[in-house]
Design a protein around this ligand. Sequence first.
Ligand SMILES: Nc1ncnc2c1ncn2[C@@H]1O[C@H](COP(=O)(O)OP(=O)(O)OP(=O)(O)O)[C@@H](O)[C@H]1O
Length: 210
Amino acid sequence: MSHPELNPILHNQAPVPLLVIISGPSGVGKDTVLMRMREFGMPFHFVVTTTSRGQRPGELEGFDYNFVSKAEFETMIANNDLLEHAVVYGEYKGIPKSQVRDALASGKDVILRIDVQGAATMRKLVPDAVLIFIVPPSSAELANRLRLRRTESAEGLEQRMALAEAEMGRVDEFDYVVMNPESRPDEAASMIQAIIRAEKSRIRPRRIKL
Ligand SMILES: Nc1ncnc2c1ncn2[C@@H]1O[C@H](COP(=O)(O)OP(=O)(O)OP(=O)(O)O)[C@@H](O)[C@H]1O
């Protein structure tokens, strides 16, 4: 008898690929942890965001972002080609559906990072995604990370901290919480890997429909 909803591992077949969403307050270390996962060569597809903003020195097309013009981005919106998009500081940012679809079709697990607001949208669009919330050891440590990054003015820092407080209150919309400990982002990276491995062993796997 066949049980198509059960884990294909039971029939010695490849597991169902996952869509994993990494979120959490600004400055908690999402990019840092994802970069460590990439550097470790973890076998996932890391989604590259498409943006209309200009390429900065040192940024690589297809690695940091896919750079397109505003007009091209607006065509993508009109054609419903994006899973999710937002305007950040007057520029578009979004996730192309085709990239996620193609990676899943090739059997790869797909990982993407998104802000807390965007994660809530994704939960509605793709209810079977695995949502992981990264937290700092303390809010003092979060403020410290933002300060050390030196990308924010004093006012910007205060705004981000206030937003972070509000975002921490939304943790119950997520499936997992992962701590990014002081100076040990590798631990957060391996915890995410452990979650993905455990998810692969579900008797009834999550199945992503886009
Ligand atoms: N485990 C850690 N311990 C100490 N510092 C860290 C740790 N992880 C990240 N950082 C530092 O904290 C700062 C913020 O990290 P990062 O830019 O990765 O955060 P983010 O969540 O991607 O932020 P944003 O949402 O604003 O893009 C960086 O300067 C980074 O080097």
